[in-house]
Design a binder for this molecule. Structure first.
Ligand SMILES: C[S@@+](CC[C@H](N)C(=O)[O-])C[C@H]1O[C@@H](n2cnc3c(N)ncnc32)[C@H](O)[C@@H]1O
Length: 265
């Protein structure tokens, strides 16, 4: 597995819990966006980096037996149960994959929290755009960690939280990754799929214990030492940050996500 992926060495159960938490806060919005796009029976859908695979069954139900749901994932530990048609799991790095020469193309390709983990996320998005049918849709949903912040917290608590936010950005940068990848989606899609372009910024302010806060707390459970190693925070800051994300009396903006979708001409 790629060493640039920040969770490549996470224990199976711990990473599965984190992926399920991520899906719990993101799936409803993603499925609503797919409905707005017009996902329908007979569509061919490609899901890249499905993680825990929670979108695969709803997608399969919506495209029906006449459709197809292909999923490319390089870590298929959590996808063992997803074998029945129309779902097809492709255990590969999406950067190494190409569709067969006679492939008719996809009606919808979706990536969520995947491009931010690529050394060249724009290049992967460009490849995806080539795999669309004419008129096919590319839906991208990626975080912008530069928007994270403490909200109306006492100064010492805000200090801990914001030190860790700086460390998260520094950690991505130290791996050659862009912590603000979500900000790149509008221009990326304007170049790739300019027809019917929609851009949204989802930046909920939530109390500790809310799903978005829990995702970031679970990430911090695994990445505490890596955050501290950036030099932007120390282990005490991370400990206080984890407590804050699980304290229902404290508010944060923990997981801002930019979504953008457009149609290939
Ligand atoms: C942060 S998780 C997001 C999972 C899921 N998309 C979601 O939003 O719930 C990123 C997932 O993408 C997978 N991934 C990252 N880069 C990939 C690549 N180049 N090819 C295939 N899978 C990749 C990882 O293994 C991981 O399962």
């Amino acid at each position: 597995m790629s060493q640039s992926y920040l969770f490549h060495d996470a224990a199976e159960a711990q990473e599965y819990a984190r992926l399920l938490a991520l899906a719990a806060c993101a799936d409803p919005l993603t499925l609503a966006r797919m409905a707005r796009i017009g996902l329908a029976k007979g569509w061919r859908v490609l899901e890249i980096g499905p993680g825990a695979g929670t979108l695969l069954a709803p997608l399969a139900e919506q495209v029906g037996e006449s459709g197809a749901v292909d999923a490319i994932e390089r870590d298929v530990r959590y996808l063992r149960d997803f074998t029945p048609e129309p779902i097809r799991i492709i255990a590969q790095d999406a950067l190494q994959w190409s569709p067969p020469a006679d492939d008719p193309g996809y009606d919808l390709i979706h990536l969520r929290y995947v491009l931010i983990h690529q050394a060249d996320g724009a290049a992967l998005a460009q490849r995806c755009a080539q795999w669309l049918k004419p008129g096919g849709w590319l839906l991208l949903e990626e975080p912008d960690f530069t928007q994270c912040r403490a909200i109306d917290a006492p100064a010492p608590v805000a200090h801990h939280i914001n030190r860790v936010h700086d460390a998260i950005c520094a950690l991505f940068e130290s791996k050659g990754l862009d912590p603000a990848f979500g900000q790149r989606l509008p221009n990326l899609l304007r170049a790739l799929t300019p027809d019917s372009l929609v851009v949204e910024n989802h930046a909920p302010i939530v109390p500790g214990g809310a799903p978005q806060a829990e995702v970031m707390a679970l990430s911090a459970d695994h990445l505490s030492a890596a955050y501290a190693a950036t030099g932007y925070c120390n282990l005490e800051n991370v400990e206080e940050y984890r407590h804050a994300l699980r304290n229902p009396r404290l508010w944060t903006l923990p997981l801002p996500t930019v979504a953008a979708w457009g149609r290939r001409n």
